[in-house]
Write a protein of this length. Structure first.
Length: 410
């Protein structure tokens, strides 16, 4: 019989969760922005710098060999985590850089009269690069429509995706609405046209099993810091044949196999896209983060988030004046709840919650067009992860009630 996942058992692995903020124990509900780090990840960084700090691929001495092995072993872990091979996994700085590399690399595949299809719920990082590519090539940008709860209109999608659609770039899971998009259905529509499918996996890869072969995506981008890893490092997956065709984004260092005074030849994958000294320590620590997630089990992570999100959605029904943006049920959605209040600005909600030690996010969440489409200037957002508990949800919802009580005094 499967043992039910208990978030309290993993909380001890995260030192920051013992933090006291404004005389209250920290309740961290800002995981869509960045996750907290387990001690094993923190220790991995310390161990690298204190035990075998060295550059990779360029030395035969012991420290360099150890660093290279750890660095490349981390790549193998990440490849296995998404069902890929190491040659198809490129270390980048973050999801944003990964998407920019793809947009640059596919530029010669797009011409005037073509179109690129994205959704209206995209993070700026998966919107602005495609706007720019359209501006540079004369292609048009088409938007998939969704209903008020954020569900993609697949009938509309069939009219938007056609023989002139060169790229579909879409978030796997919305960082504002929490909705998990029907990627397989969208992929099926585009197959006959030979369209490239580019997935923003920043909010999906950390929270549930993602397999690139199962999704049949051409590219997938995600960031380590949202999946228990360090900041400043991300991953780009691309199908091997496509990466071989694409031009490199940066030049110099290890991405070169041969150089003369007249020309240069590019290195093999994945190094073709990794110019200069890489972010060695953070790559190794990202591998440690994957070890941690694997030890917990991604099915357990997702089931826990489903459970806690369902609980939070039910608790919201007890509150007056609060409005959820996005799906109000747990079907095909992740652990992100964005909301507003009829009379209280989201920034005020966030500041008062902080007095209770509760950390949420407020603003447009780097999805300004989406948030403004709901005729609001900002939204508050609570986002959950494997270490959040129902007790924390109770504290959060009780504090939301205190926010209203505070403003009722005026």
């Amino acid at each position: 019989m499967k043992t039910k996942f208990d978030p309290n058992k993993v909380r001890k692995d995260f030192p920051v969760l013992d933090r006291v903020v404004n005389k209250n124990k920290l309740v961290y509900l800002d995981n869509a922005a960045t996750s907290q780090k387990p001690k094993s990840v923190i220790d991995s960084l310390t161990q690298y710098y204190s035990s075998y700090n060295s550059n990779v691929h360029r030395g035969v001495h012991t420290l360099s060999v150890e660093a290279t092995e750890a660095y490349e072993n981390a790549r193998v872990k990440l490849a296995e985590f998404i069902g890929s091979i190491p040659e198809e996994v490129i270390w980048t700085r973050n999801t944003s850089e990964s998407i920019n590399i793809v947009a640059y690399g596919l530029k010669n595949k797009v011409s005037a009269g073509d179109n690129i299809v994205i959704s209206r719920m995209e993070h700026h990082s998966n919107l602005v690069p495609w706007q720019q590519l359209c501006n540079q090539t004369g292609a048009s940008l088409r938007y998939l429509e969704h209903n008020l709860e954020g569900r993609i209109d697949l009938i509309d999608a069939k009219t938007k995706i056609d023989a002139k659609t060169k790229i579909i770039a879409i978030t796997h899971m919305s960082n504002v609405l929490g909705v998990i998009n029907p990627i397989k259905e969208i992929r099926e529509m585009s197959k006959k046209f030979g369209t490239y499918l580019v997935l923003d996996g920043a909010q999906s890869v950390p929270h549930f099993k993602v397999n690139v072969n199962d999704l049949d995506c051409d590219f997938l981008s995600f960031s380590a810091h949202k999946m228990l890893g360090p900041t400043g490092i991300g991953l780009l997956y691309g199908k091997e044949e496509l990466l071989n065709e694409m031009p490199p984004f940066y030049f110099g260092g290890d991405m070169i196999s041969e150089v003369s005074y007249e020309s240069a030849k590019w290195n093999d994958l994945p190094y073709k896209f990794e110019a200069g000294t890489p972010n060695i320590a953070d790559a190794i620590a990202t591998g440690t983060a994957v070890d941690y997630l694997n030890s917990v089990g991604m099915d357990n992570v997702f089931e826990h988030e489903e459970d806690i999100t369902k609980y939070a959605l039910e608790k919201f029904k007890e509150l007056d004046g609060y409005n959820i943006i996005g799906p109000t049920d747990e079907d095909a959605r992740g652990g992100v709840i964005s909301f507003t209040h009829d009379k209280i600005h989201p920034h005020d909600i966030g500041e008062i919650l902080d007095k209770f030690g509760i950390a949420i996010r407020t603003g447009h969440h780097c999805a300004m067009p989406l948030v403004r489409s709901y005729e609001i200037v900002a939204a508050a957002r609570a986002s959950f992860y494997l270490y959040n508990t129902k007790e924390e949800i109770d504290l959060f919802v009780d504090a939301l009630g205190e926010v209203v009580a505070y403003f009722d005094k005026f």
